[in-house]
Design a binder for this molecule. Structure first.
Ligand SMILES: Nc1nc2c(ncn2[C@@H]2O[C@H](COP(=O)(O)OP(=O)(O)OP(=O)(O)O)[C@@H](O)[C@H]2O)c(=O)[nH]1
Ligand SMILES: [Mg+2]
Length: 219
């Protein structure tokens, strides 16, 4: 019972920070996407490949979450985009307080889009509202086509699934039909977008989705 109460308090405090983040983003007309997926699903690679297609790099910023190291923030920095690394230590997700602090450090002036790459994890990040416009589930082919059934909260909370590493389909038992069926069993209206960062296939559709989301948020 005490644990339930503590979790309720944590989520309530998180909600206050998330609301403040939403207000800051709204006032400055900044769209924010929260990328969530397993370790190694291709989140940073997806950002690296998307950055050149998203216009002026000074309008972009990336908040990276990992338990340790600044390797992912360094990778984004090498693409010419401002990035901040949150090292969570043992924490399995980024919360709204982390994001609120990171926004102060990274600066919001003249930003258009902010990406948050959450800690590699299919479970906890799905539960936390961090003031983002959209959660994006990033699932890679080698993880298997049954994952929506086994980890439903992420697929229920997301606005889009990006299926990565589609070049590996011929080398695995991954079935597109099975995956689509499993996604729709968990969330019948959730769109799925295939992106292969190896070949660049599908990147244009993903970037167009982001621009459409931007225009919908700030007509
Ligand atoms: N074959 C193939 N490999 C890919 C593709 N995209 C990414 N990878 C590889 O997958 C590995 C992990 O990619 P990352 O982008 O670091 O994955 P991540 O999700 O950011 O990983 P964490 O931050 O550790 O959770 C790297 O070796 C990438 O080169 C792809 O489209 N096809
Ligand atoms: Mg990464």
């Amino acid at each position: 019972m005490a644990e339930v109460k503590l979790l309720e308090r944590v989520l309530k405090a998180n909600e206050v920070w998330a609301e403040e983040i939403r207000r800051m983003l709204r006032e400055r007309r900044i769209f924010c996407a929260n990328l969530i997926g397993s370790p190694g699903s291709g989140k940073t690679t997806l950002l690296e490949k998307s950055i050149p297609l998203l216009g002026d790099p000074s309008g972009l910023a990336v908040i990276e979450g990992d338990l340790a190291t600044s390797r992912d923030a360094d990778r984004i920095g090498r693409c010419g985009v401002d990035s901040i690394q949150i090292a969570t230590g043992t924490g399995c997700h980024i919360d709204a307080h982390h994001v609120r602090q990171a926004l102060d450090r990274i600066g919001l002036d003249n930003r258009r889009m902010i990406f948050i790459e959450n800690v590699g994890n299919l479970v906890c990040p799905a539960e936390f509202d961090i003031g983002e416009h959209a959660k994006v589930a990033v699932l890679s082919v080698p993880e298997g086509d049954e994952k929506p059934l086994k980890y439903p909260p992420l697929f229920q909370a997301s606005a889009l699934v990006v299926l990565t590493k589609t070049d590996l389909i011929p080398y695995t038992d991954f079935s597109r039909d099975e995956f689509m069926k499993n996604v729709s069993l968990v969330n019948p209206t959730l769109p799925v977008m295939e992106v292969c960062c190896k070949t660049g296939e599908g990147l244009d559709r993903w970037v167009e989705w982001l621009e459409t989301q931007y225009r919908a948020a700030f007509p």
